[in-house]
Design a protein around this ligand. Structure first.
Ligand SMILES: Nc1ncnc2c1ncn2[C@@H]1O[C@H](COP(=O)(O)OP(=O)(O)OP(=O)(O)O)[C@@H](O)[C@H]1O
Ligand SMILES: [Mg+2]
Length: 505
């Protein structure tokens, strides 16, 4: 990427005026304007369903607005679907990196050229250029490695490297940190600062307000598709920002310390000497009725696998799992679910949802037996159950019949939790359950989880999000495949992180 020439009064990299977009009856965006200057990081925040991704998709040329105009560095935007022209104007990195796992990192970097098939590709030249590019951006990525072997943070960096390589001076990051652990987030934020110093203008979508305050100079708040706030970050109080997002400052209160009452000595979930090759070894713990136990660990620590084994998705090599004294056989999702395990998986797009089905079908598909007799499912029972769930979890949807793929990211996540709760589980196992969920909905989800525990369920919360872990009674840290240390409240966040990172004294 060439370094832009310094200028005293640079033209904004993007000026969007009066953008509106409707999806059927949903007004996703109403008359929204936005402007980003070179070297500016503009945060784009708002509750789930506020219209952030819709705005991103319009700015990236993936969706045509119903009305409004866009200019890049003073030049009118290309017609929608003129993909190549858009790619030279704006680079966009989504929450789910679009890399091809079976190609090498170098090939992924030059994917657009390869797909276009222009001329003969010199593999040697391509590998050299890839190495130079990775070095230039300080990325420790091996161009020859298969992209499928990268962890989430490296994939994201690879995607950013690819985006900026096409020379665009305007970069959009839609929830880039949602799937990253603390160290990876820091690394990403450092890269964003470097891009900013080179004069790239950036729109940064995040539900993590501390990141927003850390990295951005300006912020645009959307609520119900409308712009509620547009100002500099300097001097902005967190409460003011939350109020603009939620319409009520009190909704941003933290839930710290809100824990259910434990029923001591009633151990519902007992895990003994459980081992899963490559992920974790010799793991033993108990969760009592009403108790929420956390398993904290970095991305790649293997912590997710504990949840997957408990859910019956993965098979353990050794060890036992008992739920209310009953042996869980392992390797059978539907058996484990019927035995009383509710599960919120890590990757909702792969494991959590059937995107083409309705909210009602997704929320209730685990419990057909509770919604009618003798194999006939009563549509009115499904609708009733779903309406209750929509209200309880604050799901923003047109109704039970809406197709899940048209919900915003955060609202899809709430449907996943709804399904895990449908059978009133004896043990609820969750992996990063509020990932991508806005501040107010996060509180609704925490309340729902605490309610489940209060009814006497055992809750296992597998997470690297310190705010999520606040609702736990105890936290085990998984590092180097072993449970290394147990924390009880009040723990110091710094100590917990140091233990996860393996840097504890
Ligand atoms: N393709 C679509 N079809 C129908 N409705 C849609 C579509 N895309 C978005 N919507 C609706 O438009 C509204 C805005 O959604 P959008 O994805 O822009 O929200 P968001 O701010 O990105 O939320 P989140 O933080 O949950 O990702 C929502 O009500 C959503 O259901
Ligand atoms: Mg979104």
């Amino acid at each position: 990427m060439s370094t832009p020439a310094p200028s005293l009064n640079p033209a904004p990299v993007v000026v969007a005026v009066g953008l509106s977009k409707r999806f059927g009856v949903t007004k996703a965006l109403s008359d929204v304007s936005l402007c980003v200057f070179p070297g500016e990081v503009r945060a784009l925040v708002g509750r789930n369903g506020a219209g952030k991704s819709t705005l991103v998709s319009i700015l990236a040329g993936m969706t045509a607005p119903d009305s409004g105009s866009i200019h890049f560095s003073g030049i009118s935007a290309p017609p929608t679907h003129a993909r190549e022209l858009w790619q030279s104007k704006v680079a966009c990195v989504y929450q789910h990196p679009k890399i091809i796992p079976t190609l090498s990192c170098a090939e992924n970097l030059f994917l657009h050229e390869i797909m276009r098939g222009r001329g003969l590709i010199s593999w040697k030249a391509m590998r050299r250029a890839a190495r130079e590019h990775f070095d230039r951006w300080g990325l420790t990525i091996d161009g020859d490695a298969l992209a499928g072997t990268l962890n989430m943070g490296q994939r994201q960096l690879l995607e950013i490297a690819r985006a900026v390589r096409q020379g665009s001076r305007f970069l959009i990051l839609d929830e880039p940190t949602a799937k990253l652990d603390g160290k990876e987030v820091d690394r990403l934020l450092t890269h964003i600062r470097e891009l900013k110093a080179l004069g790239v203008g950036i729109v940064f979508v995040s539900h993590h307000l501390d990141e927003v305050f850390d990295i951005s100079q300006t912020v645009t708040v959307l609520r119900d598709g409308k712009k509620m706030l547009d100002r500099a970050i300097a001097g902005l109080a967190k409460g003011e920002l939350i109020e603009a997002m939620v319409g009520d400052a009190s909704a941003g209160g933290v839930l710290a310390g809100a824990r259910a009452a434990i029923h001591p000595r009633v151990a519902r979930l007992k895990v003994s000497r459980l081992s899963c090759p490559g992920s974790f070894e010799n793991v033993s713990f108990e969760v009592q009725a009403g108790e929420c136990v956390g398993i904290a660990g970095l991305a790649g620590s293997g912590k997710e696998a504990i949840g997957e084994v408990l859910a019956g998705l993965k098979l353990a090599e050794a060890g036992t799992m008992l739920l209310d004294g009953i042996h869980l056989p392992g390797g059978n999702v539907s058996w484990h679910n019927r035995a009383g395990i509710g599960f919120v998986p890590q990757d909702r797009h792969r494991e959590g949802l059937v995107l083409g089905m309705s909210v009602a079908d997704n929320a209730t598909m685990a419990v057909p037996d509770q919604l009618g007799k003798a194999g006939f499912i009563s549509p009115s029972a499904v609708a009733r159950a779903t309406r209750h769930i929509i209200q309880e979890l604050d799901i923003k949807t047109a109704g039970p019949g809406e197709i899940v793929s048209s919900l915003s990211g955060g609202n899809q996540q709430k449907v996943v939790l709804a399904r895990a709760l449908a059978r009133d589980p004896a043990a609820l196992v969750l992996i990063n359950p509020t990932c991508g969920v806005d501040v107010a909905s996060r509180i609704a989800l925490f309340r729902a989880i605490i309610r489940v525990a209060s009814r006497g369920a055992a809750v296992l919360l597998i997470s690297d999000d310190l705010e999520e872990l606040e609702i736990c009674h105890r936290i085990w840290v998984l590092r180097s495949r072993h449970l290394t240390r147990e924390f009880v409240p009040p723990w110091v966040a710094r100590d917990l992180v140091a233990e996860m990172e393996g840097m504890a004294a």
